[in-house]
Design a protein around this ligand. Structure first.
Ligand SMILES: Nc1nc2c(ncn2[C@@H]2O[C@H](COP(=O)(O)OP(=O)(O)OP(=O)(O)O)[C@@H](O)[C@H]2O)c(=O)[nH]1
Length: 463
Protein backbone atom coordinates (compact mmCIF):
# COMPACT_ATOMS: atom_id res chain seq x y z
CA UNK A 1 0.00 0.00 0.00
CA UNK A 2 1.42 3.38 -0.94
CA UNK A 3 1.51 6.21 1.65
CA UNK A 4 -1.53 8.05 0.15
CA UNK A 5 -3.53 4.82 0.14
CA UNK A 6 -2.61 4.22 3.70
CA UNK A 7 -3.38 7.79 4.75
CA UNK A 8 -6.82 7.92 3.16
CA UNK A 9 -7.72 4.54 4.52
CA UNK A 10 -6.72 5.59 8.02
CA UNK A 11 -8.45 8.98 7.86
CA UNK A 12 -11.65 7.51 6.52
CA UNK A 13 -11.53 4.63 8.95
CA UNK A 14 -11.51 7.16 11.80
CA UNK A 15 -14.99 8.18 10.71
CA UNK A 16 -16.30 5.28 8.72
CA UNK A 17 -16.35 2.98 11.68
CA UNK A 18 -18.70 5.23 13.63
CA UNK A 19 -20.60 6.00 10.43
CA UNK A 20 -21.00 2.30 9.72
CA UNK A 21 -22.70 2.02 13.08
CA UNK A 22 -25.19 4.69 12.04
CA UNK A 23 -25.64 3.47 8.49
CA UNK A 24 -25.56 -0.29 8.03
CA UNK A 25 -25.31 0.12 4.27
CA UNK A 26 -21.78 1.45 4.76
CA UNK A 27 -19.90 -1.79 5.03
CA UNK A 28 -16.24 -2.55 5.63
CA UNK A 29 -16.18 -3.18 1.94
CA UNK A 30 -16.58 0.55 1.40
CA UNK A 31 -13.59 1.09 3.67
CA UNK A 32 -11.67 -1.39 1.63
CA UNK A 33 -12.53 0.61 -1.42
CA UNK A 34 -10.62 3.50 0.10
CA UNK A 35 -7.44 1.72 -0.89
CA UNK A 36 -8.10 2.72 -4.48
CA UNK A 37 -6.94 6.30 -3.81
CA UNK A 38 -4.27 5.92 -6.45
CA UNK A 39 -6.90 6.10 -9.08
CA UNK A 40 -8.19 9.52 -8.00
CA UNK A 41 -7.66 12.13 -10.63
CA UNK A 42 -8.26 15.78 -9.85
CA UNK A 43 -8.93 18.45 -12.39
CA UNK A 44 -7.14 21.36 -10.82
CA UNK A 45 -7.81 24.04 -13.41
CA UNK A 46 -11.57 24.58 -13.51
CA UNK A 47 -13.16 25.08 -10.04
CA UNK A 48 -16.53 23.80 -11.24
CA UNK A 49 -14.93 20.69 -12.62
CA UNK A 50 -12.39 20.47 -9.88
CA UNK A 51 -12.42 17.61 -7.54
CA UNK A 52 -14.29 15.15 -9.75
CA UNK A 53 -12.40 12.04 -8.75
CA UNK A 54 -12.36 9.26 -11.22
CA UNK A 55 -13.29 6.81 -8.52
CA UNK A 56 -16.98 7.48 -7.96
CA UNK A 57 -17.15 5.57 -4.73
CA UNK A 58 -15.92 8.61 -2.81
CA UNK A 59 -18.98 10.53 -3.97
CA UNK A 60 -21.13 7.85 -2.39
CA UNK A 61 -19.51 8.07 1.02
CA UNK A 62 -21.74 9.29 3.86
CA UNK A 63 -18.60 10.75 5.46
CA UNK A 64 -17.62 14.23 4.41
CA UNK A 65 -14.33 14.28 2.52
CA UNK A 66 -12.42 17.26 1.22
CA UNK A 67 -9.04 17.71 -0.39
CA UNK A 68 -6.95 20.85 0.10
CA UNK A 69 -3.98 21.99 -1.89
CA UNK A 70 -2.23 24.75 -0.02
CA UNK A 71 -5.10 26.46 1.82
CA UNK A 72 -7.51 26.04 -1.09
CA UNK A 73 -10.28 23.49 -1.23
CA UNK A 74 -9.80 21.43 -4.37
CA UNK A 75 -12.33 18.72 -3.81
CA UNK A 76 -15.38 18.18 -1.61
CA UNK A 77 -17.60 15.16 -1.94
CA UNK A 78 -21.42 15.57 -1.98
CA UNK A 79 -21.70 14.79 1.74
CA UNK A 80 -19.28 17.63 2.48
CA UNK A 81 -21.10 19.99 0.10
CA UNK A 82 -24.42 19.14 1.77
CA UNK A 83 -23.00 19.72 5.22
CA UNK A 84 -21.58 23.09 4.14
CA UNK A 85 -24.96 23.92 2.50
CA UNK A 86 -23.34 24.58 -0.87
CA UNK A 87 -25.80 25.23 -3.68
CA UNK A 88 -23.15 24.24 -6.18
CA UNK A 89 -19.62 22.80 -5.82
CA UNK A 90 -18.05 26.16 -6.65
CA UNK A 91 -19.49 27.55 -3.39
CA UNK A 92 -16.81 25.47 -1.70
CA UNK A 93 -14.29 24.31 -4.25
CA UNK A 94 -11.70 26.88 -5.11
CA UNK A 95 -12.27 28.82 -1.87
CA UNK A 96 -9.68 29.34 0.85
CA UNK A 97 -10.36 26.99 3.70
CA UNK A 98 -10.32 29.82 6.24
CA UNK A 99 -13.67 31.03 4.84
CA UNK A 100 -15.24 27.99 6.50
CA UNK A 101 -13.39 27.96 9.84
CA UNK A 102 -14.23 30.01 12.88
CA UNK A 103 -11.51 32.68 13.44
CA UNK A 104 -10.88 31.43 16.98
CA UNK A 105 -10.22 27.91 15.72
CA UNK A 106 -8.47 28.88 12.47
CA UNK A 107 -4.92 28.88 13.77
CA UNK A 108 -5.35 25.55 15.51
CA UNK A 109 -7.16 24.02 12.53
CA UNK A 110 -4.57 25.11 9.96
CA UNK A 111 -1.75 23.96 12.21
CA UNK A 112 -3.52 20.60 12.44
CA UNK A 113 -4.06 20.37 8.70
CA UNK A 114 -0.41 21.11 8.01
CA UNK A 115 0.86 19.05 10.85
CA UNK A 116 0.99 15.70 9.17
CA UNK A 117 4.27 16.55 7.51
CA UNK A 118 5.71 13.35 8.79
CA UNK A 119 3.06 11.37 6.94
CA UNK A 120 1.05 10.64 10.09
CA UNK A 121 -2.65 10.91 10.64
CA UNK A 122 -3.97 13.84 12.65
CA UNK A 123 -6.13 12.61 15.46
CA UNK A 124 -9.75 13.73 15.44
CA UNK A 125 -10.23 17.28 16.65
CA UNK A 126 -13.32 19.40 17.04
CA UNK A 127 -13.44 22.76 15.30
CA UNK A 128 -16.05 25.44 14.97
CA UNK A 129 -16.90 26.14 11.34
CA UNK A 130 -19.35 27.99 9.12
CA UNK A 131 -21.53 26.72 6.31
CA UNK A 132 -21.72 28.62 3.02
CA UNK A 133 -24.75 30.51 4.32
CA UNK A 134 -22.93 31.45 7.53
CA UNK A 135 -24.57 28.97 9.89
CA UNK A 136 -22.28 27.88 12.74
CA UNK A 137 -21.22 24.24 12.68
CA UNK A 138 -19.24 22.03 14.99
CA UNK A 139 -17.10 19.55 13.06
CA UNK A 140 -14.98 16.62 14.12
CA UNK A 141 -12.07 16.57 11.69
CA UNK A 142 -9.25 14.23 10.87
CA UNK A 143 -6.66 14.78 8.17
CA UNK A 144 -3.56 13.44 6.53
CA UNK A 145 -1.04 14.55 3.94
CA UNK A 146 -1.37 12.70 0.65
CA UNK A 147 0.32 13.05 -2.73
CA UNK A 148 -2.02 13.16 -5.67
CA UNK A 149 -0.75 13.60 -9.19
CA UNK A 150 2.65 14.40 -7.69
CA UNK A 151 1.16 17.25 -5.76
CA UNK A 152 1.14 17.46 -1.98
CA UNK A 153 -2.39 17.78 -0.65
CA UNK A 154 -4.29 17.49 2.61
CA UNK A 155 -7.03 14.93 2.74
CA UNK A 156 -9.60 15.86 5.41
CA UNK A 157 -12.60 13.97 6.56
CA UNK A 158 -15.13 15.43 8.93
CA UNK A 159 -18.36 14.73 10.74
CA UNK A 160 -21.12 17.11 11.69
CA UNK A 161 -21.09 17.38 15.50
CA UNK A 162 -23.29 20.48 15.61
CA UNK A 163 -26.31 18.69 16.99
CA UNK A 164 -24.25 16.78 19.49
CA UNK A 165 -22.38 19.93 20.55
CA UNK A 166 -25.66 21.78 20.95
CA UNK A 167 -27.07 18.86 22.91
CA UNK A 168 -23.96 18.72 25.11
CA UNK A 169 -24.22 22.45 25.65
CA UNK A 170 -27.90 22.10 26.60
CA UNK A 171 -27.07 19.21 28.89
CA UNK A 172 -24.24 21.17 30.48
CA UNK A 173 -26.53 24.15 30.89
CA UNK A 174 -29.29 22.00 32.37
CA UNK A 175 -26.82 20.38 34.74
CA UNK A 176 -25.39 23.76 35.77
CA UNK A 177 -28.92 25.10 36.34
CA UNK A 178 -29.76 22.02 38.41
CA UNK A 179 -26.57 22.29 40.49
CA UNK A 180 -27.10 26.01 41.04
CA UNK A 181 -30.67 25.43 42.11
CA UNK A 182 -29.65 22.59 44.42
CA UNK A 183 -26.85 24.66 45.94
CA UNK A 184 -29.16 27.55 46.77
CA UNK A 185 -32.14 25.54 47.99
CA UNK A 186 -33.22 25.90 51.61
CA UNK A 187 -35.25 22.71 51.46
CA UNK A 188 -33.72 19.29 50.99
CA UNK A 189 -34.25 17.61 47.62
CA UNK A 190 -33.66 13.87 47.84
CA UNK A 191 -34.12 10.63 45.98
CA UNK A 192 -34.16 7.06 47.25
CA UNK A 193 -34.22 3.76 45.40
CA UNK A 194 -36.81 1.01 45.81
CA UNK A 195 -34.94 -0.28 48.88
CA UNK A 196 -35.12 3.12 50.56
CA UNK A 197 -31.40 3.82 50.14
CA UNK A 198 -30.61 7.52 49.67
CA UNK A 199 -29.22 7.99 46.17
CA UNK A 200 -29.17 11.78 46.04
CA UNK A 201 -29.53 14.59 48.53
CA UNK A 202 -28.77 18.25 47.92
CA UNK A 203 -26.26 20.29 49.98
CA UNK A 204 -29.02 21.99 52.03
CA UNK A 205 -29.15 18.79 54.08
CA UNK A 206 -26.13 20.14 56.01
CA UNK A 207 -28.22 23.02 57.37
CA UNK A 208 -31.25 20.88 58.07
CA UNK A 209 -29.80 17.65 59.49
CA UNK A 210 -26.18 18.65 60.15
CA UNK A 211 -24.81 15.91 57.88
CA UNK A 212 -23.07 16.56 54.56
CA UNK A 213 -24.67 15.07 51.46
CA UNK A 214 -21.73 12.65 51.17
CA UNK A 215 -22.38 11.35 54.69
CA UNK A 216 -25.98 10.54 53.83
CA UNK A 217 -25.83 9.19 50.27
CA UNK A 218 -25.79 5.40 50.42
CA UNK A 219 -27.55 5.20 53.80
CA UNK A 220 -31.16 4.10 54.31
CA UNK A 221 -33.46 7.13 54.58
CA UNK A 222 -35.12 5.33 57.50
CA UNK A 223 -31.93 5.84 59.56
CA UNK A 224 -32.92 9.47 60.14
CA UNK A 225 -36.45 8.86 61.39
CA UNK A 226 -36.78 8.70 65.20
CA UNK A 227 -39.91 6.60 64.80
CA UNK A 228 -39.84 4.05 61.97
CA UNK A 229 -43.62 3.78 61.96
CA UNK A 230 -43.73 7.40 60.74
CA UNK A 231 -41.58 6.51 57.74
CA UNK A 232 -43.63 3.35 57.09
CA UNK A 233 -46.80 5.48 57.09
CA UNK A 234 -45.19 7.87 54.61
CA UNK A 235 -44.08 5.10 52.24
CA UNK A 236 -47.50 3.40 52.46
CA UNK A 237 -49.17 6.68 51.55
CA UNK A 238 -46.83 7.26 48.60
CA UNK A 239 -47.33 3.71 47.31
CA UNK A 240 -51.08 4.11 47.63
CA UNK A 241 -51.54 7.57 46.11
CA UNK A 242 -48.33 7.96 44.11
CA UNK A 243 -47.44 11.19 45.92
CA UNK A 244 -47.84 13.06 49.19
CA UNK A 245 -47.94 16.78 49.84
CA UNK A 246 -46.96 18.46 53.12
CA UNK A 247 -46.87 15.11 54.93
CA UNK A 248 -45.89 15.71 58.57
CA UNK A 249 -42.90 13.86 59.97
CA UNK A 250 -39.91 14.11 62.24
CA UNK A 251 -36.21 13.53 61.74
CA UNK A 252 -33.20 13.21 63.98
CA UNK A 253 -30.38 15.68 63.38
CA UNK A 254 -26.72 14.72 63.68
CA UNK A 255 -26.64 16.39 67.11
CA UNK A 256 -29.56 14.21 68.22
CA UNK A 257 -32.18 16.96 68.18
CA UNK A 258 -35.53 15.87 66.73
CA UNK A 259 -36.91 18.30 64.18
CA UNK A 260 -40.33 18.62 62.57
CA UNK A 261 -40.34 18.24 58.81
CA UNK A 262 -42.89 18.42 56.06
CA UNK A 263 -42.44 15.99 53.17
CA UNK A 264 -43.70 16.49 49.64
CA UNK A 265 -42.65 13.61 47.48
CA UNK A 266 -43.68 11.26 44.70
CA UNK A 267 -43.10 7.67 43.74
CA UNK A 268 -40.64 6.87 40.97
CA UNK A 269 -41.49 4.08 38.51
CA UNK A 270 -39.13 2.12 36.30
CA UNK A 271 -39.79 1.37 32.63
CA UNK A 272 -41.96 -1.60 33.62
CA UNK A 273 -44.01 0.63 35.91
CA UNK A 274 -42.56 -0.99 39.04
CA UNK A 275 -41.96 1.12 42.17
CA UNK A 276 -38.38 2.38 41.96
CA UNK A 277 -38.14 4.67 45.00
CA UNK A 278 -39.18 8.20 45.82
CA UNK A 279 -38.08 11.70 44.93
CA UNK A 280 -39.11 14.88 46.70
CA UNK A 281 -38.45 17.53 49.28
CA UNK A 282 -38.13 17.73 53.07
CA UNK A 283 -38.76 21.08 54.62
CA UNK A 284 -37.61 21.89 58.13
CA UNK A 285 -40.79 23.21 59.76
CA UNK A 286 -39.55 23.18 63.37
CA UNK A 287 -39.94 26.94 63.69
CA UNK A 288 -43.39 26.86 62.11
CA UNK A 289 -44.45 24.00 64.41
CA UNK A 290 -43.08 25.79 67.48
CA UNK A 291 -45.01 28.90 66.45
CA UNK A 292 -48.16 26.85 65.88
CA UNK A 293 -47.78 25.24 69.31
CA UNK A 294 -47.24 28.67 70.84
CA UNK A 295 -50.30 30.13 69.09
CA UNK A 296 -52.38 27.13 70.08
CA UNK A 297 -51.23 27.51 73.66
CA UNK A 298 -52.06 31.22 73.61
CA UNK A 299 -55.47 30.45 72.16
CA UNK A 300 -56.15 27.78 74.79
CA UNK A 301 -54.54 28.89 78.02
CA UNK A 302 -54.68 31.99 80.16
CA UNK A 303 -51.42 33.89 79.83
CA UNK A 304 -51.25 34.91 83.52
CA UNK A 305 -52.21 31.71 85.33
CA UNK A 306 -51.56 29.04 82.67
CA UNK A 307 -54.94 27.32 83.13
CA UNK A 308 -57.66 27.04 80.44
CA UNK A 309 -58.89 30.41 79.19
CA UNK A 310 -62.54 31.31 78.84
CA UNK A 311 -63.20 29.88 75.39
CA UNK A 312 -61.29 26.71 76.17
CA UNK A 313 -63.04 25.93 79.47
CA UNK A 314 -66.46 26.76 77.99
CA UNK A 315 -65.63 24.46 75.05
CA UNK A 316 -64.87 21.67 77.52
CA UNK A 317 -68.12 22.32 79.37
CA UNK A 318 -70.08 22.23 76.12
CA UNK A 319 -68.50 18.90 75.21
CA UNK A 320 -69.14 17.39 78.66
CA UNK A 321 -72.76 18.51 78.59
CA UNK A 322 -73.32 16.04 75.73
CA UNK A 323 -72.46 13.22 78.13
CA UNK A 324 -74.66 11.78 80.82
CA UNK A 325 -74.90 13.38 84.28
CA UNK A 326 -73.70 13.58 86.94
CA UNK A 327 -71.72 16.70 86.19
CA UNK A 328 -71.20 19.52 88.67
CA UNK A 329 -70.07 23.04 87.90
CA UNK A 330 -68.45 25.44 90.40
CA UNK A 331 -68.18 29.16 89.78
CA UNK A 332 -65.36 30.58 91.94
CA UNK A 333 -64.97 34.29 92.64
CA UNK A 334 -62.27 35.90 94.78
CA UNK A 335 -63.71 37.96 97.65
CA UNK A 336 -62.86 41.66 97.91
CA UNK A 337 -60.06 41.20 95.40
CA UNK A 338 -60.22 44.87 94.51
CA UNK A 339 -58.94 45.68 98.02
CA UNK A 340 -55.81 43.59 97.39
CA UNK A 341 -55.15 45.43 94.14
CA UNK A 342 -55.81 48.77 95.75
CA UNK A 343 -53.77 48.00 98.84
CA UNK A 344 -50.75 46.23 97.38
CA UNK A 345 -50.80 47.08 93.70
CA UNK A 346 -51.79 45.25 90.53
CA UNK A 347 -48.63 43.14 90.39
CA UNK A 348 -49.32 41.85 93.92
CA UNK A 349 -52.88 41.13 92.77
CA UNK A 350 -51.47 39.05 89.88
CA UNK A 351 -49.31 37.09 92.31
CA UNK A 352 -52.36 36.37 94.46
CA UNK A 353 -54.29 35.17 91.40
CA UNK A 354 -51.45 32.81 90.43
CA UNK A 355 -51.07 31.42 93.94
CA UNK A 356 -54.83 30.92 94.21
CA UNK A 357 -54.74 28.91 90.95
CA UNK A 358 -51.88 26.78 92.30
CA UNK A 359 -53.85 25.98 95.46
CA UNK A 360 -56.92 24.91 93.47
CA UNK A 361 -54.78 22.88 91.02
CA UNK A 362 -53.22 21.12 93.99
CA UNK A 363 -56.57 20.33 95.62
CA UNK A 364 -58.86 19.46 92.67
CA UNK A 365 -59.13 15.94 91.32
CA UNK A 366 -56.92 15.19 88.30
CA UNK A 367 -60.02 14.55 86.14
CA UNK A 368 -61.53 17.96 86.87
CA UNK A 369 -61.19 20.89 84.47
CA UNK A 370 -60.24 24.31 85.75
CA UNK A 371 -60.33 27.54 83.77
CA UNK A 372 -60.42 31.32 84.11
CA UNK A 373 -63.58 32.96 82.81
CA UNK A 374 -62.08 36.44 83.21
CA UNK A 375 -60.87 38.84 85.92
CA UNK A 376 -61.15 37.07 89.27
CA UNK A 377 -63.85 34.64 88.17
CA UNK A 378 -63.04 30.95 87.57
CA UNK A 379 -64.88 27.79 86.51
CA UNK A 380 -64.26 24.29 87.84
CA UNK A 381 -65.99 21.36 86.11
CA UNK A 382 -66.35 18.27 88.23
CA UNK A 383 -67.04 15.49 85.77
CA UNK A 384 -68.95 12.58 87.36
CA UNK A 385 -69.56 14.41 90.68
CA UNK A 386 -73.10 14.67 92.04
CA UNK A 387 -74.26 17.49 94.33
CA UNK A 388 -73.01 15.85 97.54
CA UNK A 389 -69.55 15.06 96.20
CA UNK A 390 -69.23 18.44 94.52
CA UNK A 391 -70.20 20.14 97.80
CA UNK A 392 -67.44 18.25 99.63
CA UNK A 393 -64.84 19.12 97.01
CA UNK A 394 -65.85 22.78 96.99
CA UNK A 395 -65.67 22.94 100.76
CA UNK A 396 -62.19 21.41 100.70
CA UNK A 397 -61.04 23.99 98.15
CA UNK A 398 -62.59 26.87 100.09
CA UNK A 399 -60.86 25.78 103.27
CA UNK A 400 -57.50 25.33 101.55
CA UNK A 401 -57.55 28.86 100.11
CA UNK A 402 -58.68 30.55 103.29
CA UNK A 403 -56.11 28.62 105.33
CA UNK A 404 -53.14 30.16 103.57
CA UNK A 405 -51.67 33.60 104.05
CA UNK A 406 -50.51 34.31 100.51
CA UNK A 407 -46.99 35.76 100.47
CA UNK A 408 -46.34 38.96 98.56
CA UNK A 409 -42.97 40.13 97.25
CA UNK A 410 -42.42 42.79 99.84
CA UNK A 411 -42.39 40.22 102.63
CA UNK A 412 -46.04 40.84 103.34
CA UNK A 413 -48.80 38.27 103.19
CA UNK A 414 -52.47 38.55 102.49
CA UNK A 415 -55.47 36.43 103.41
CA UNK A 416 -57.80 35.39 100.61
CA UNK A 417 -61.27 33.87 100.61
CA UNK A 418 -63.41 32.51 97.79
CA UNK A 419 -67.14 32.38 97.19
CA UNK A 420 -68.55 29.36 95.31
CA UNK A 421 -71.71 29.07 93.24
CA UNK A 422 -72.50 25.44 92.51
CA UNK A 423 -74.91 23.71 90.13
CA UNK A 424 -75.42 20.32 88.50
CA UNK A 425 -76.13 19.64 84.86
CA UNK A 426 -79.67 18.58 83.91
CA UNK A 427 -80.85 16.48 81.03
CA UNK A 428 -82.35 19.56 79.34
CA UNK A 429 -79.09 21.53 79.45
CA UNK A 430 -77.78 21.92 75.93
CA UNK A 431 -75.94 25.22 76.13
CA UNK A 432 -73.25 26.29 78.57
CA UNK A 433 -75.30 29.39 79.34
CA UNK A 434 -78.05 27.20 80.85
CA UNK A 435 -75.63 25.92 83.46
CA UNK A 436 -73.72 29.15 83.98
CA UNK A 437 -76.86 31.15 84.73
CA UNK A 438 -77.74 28.79 87.61
CA UNK A 439 -74.15 28.75 88.91
CA UNK A 440 -74.05 32.54 88.78
CA UNK A 441 -77.28 32.81 90.74
CA UNK A 442 -75.81 30.51 93.40
CA UNK A 443 -72.61 32.56 93.47
CA UNK A 444 -74.63 35.73 93.93
CA UNK A 445 -76.28 34.17 96.94
CA UNK A 446 -72.90 33.17 98.37
CA UNK A 447 -71.76 36.77 98.09
CA UNK A 448 -74.99 37.93 99.67
CA UNK A 449 -74.49 35.55 102.54
CA UNK A 450 -71.19 37.18 103.47
CA UNK A 451 -68.72 35.45 101.05
CA UNK A 452 -66.17 32.69 101.81
CA UNK A 453 -68.87 30.05 101.41
CA UNK A 454 -70.28 27.49 98.97
CA UNK A 455 -73.85 27.92 97.74
CA UNK A 456 -75.78 25.41 95.68
CA UNK A 457 -79.05 26.08 93.93
CA UNK A 458 -81.03 25.24 97.04
CA UNK A 459 -78.41 25.30 99.79
CA UNK A 460 -77.95 28.16 102.14
CA UNK A 461 -74.17 28.05 101.93
CA UNK A 462 -71.65 27.44 104.65
CA UNK A 463 -68.23 28.60 105.63
N1 LIG B 1 -54.25 42.18 89.55
C1 LIG B 1 -55.26 41.88 88.75
N2 LIG B 1 -56.48 42.37 89.02
C2 LIG B 1 -57.50 42.04 88.23
C3 LIG B 1 -57.33 41.24 87.10
N3 LIG B 1 -58.55 41.08 86.51
C4 LIG B 1 -59.44 41.78 87.23
N4 LIG B 1 -58.82 42.37 88.30
C5 LIG B 1 -59.34 43.18 89.35
O1 LIG B 1 -60.28 42.46 90.12
C6 LIG B 1 -61.05 43.39 90.79
C7 LIG B 1 -62.49 42.96 90.83
O2 LIG B 1 -63.19 43.84 91.67
P1 LIG B 1 -64.71 43.67 91.97
O3 LIG B 1 -65.45 43.27 90.75
O4 LIG B 1 -65.14 44.92 92.66
O5 LIG B 1 -64.81 42.46 92.95
P2 LIG B 1 -64.18 42.23 94.36
O6 LIG B 1 -63.40 43.39 94.84
O7 LIG B 1 -63.48 40.94 94.36
O8 LIG B 1 -65.47 42.17 95.27
P3 LIG B 1 -66.48 40.97 95.36
O9 LIG B 1 -66.38 40.15 94.15
O10 LIG B 1 -67.78 41.61 95.47
O11 LIG B 1 -66.09 40.20 96.58
C8 LIG B 1 -60.89 44.76 90.10
O12 LIG B 1 -60.10 45.59 90.90
C9 LIG B 1 -60.12 44.38 88.85
O13 LIG B 1 -59.25 45.40 88.43
C10 LIG B 1 -56.02 40.75 86.80
O14 LIG B 1 -55.79 40.05 85.85
N5 LIG B 1 -55.03 41.11 87.64
Amino acid sequence: MSPPDHALCAVLTCFLIPIAEWNPSCTPQAIQTGLRIRRLKFVMADPDQAGRPSAEWIDQLPACVAMLVGDTVRYANPAALRLLRARQPSDVIGHEVDVFIHPLDLHRALARLRHAEGGGINPVTEIRAYSCDGQPLMLAMSSAIVVVDDERAVLASFLDMTERAAMEQRLRQTDEDFQRMMNTMQDVFYRTDAQGITRYVCPAVKNVLGYTAEEIIGLPAAAFYPDLSERDALVAEIRKYGAVHDFPGRMRRKDGVIIDISISTQALRDEQGQYAGVEGIWRDISERKALERRLKHLATFDSLTGIHNRSSILGILERLLQRRPPLSVLLLDLDYFKRINDGFGHAAGDRVLCRFVQIIEGEKRSRDFFGRLGGEEFLLILDGADEAEAGQIAERLRAAVSAEAIALAEGEAVALTISFGMTQSRSGDTRTADVLVRADRALYRAKQMGRNCVCGESSQGGA
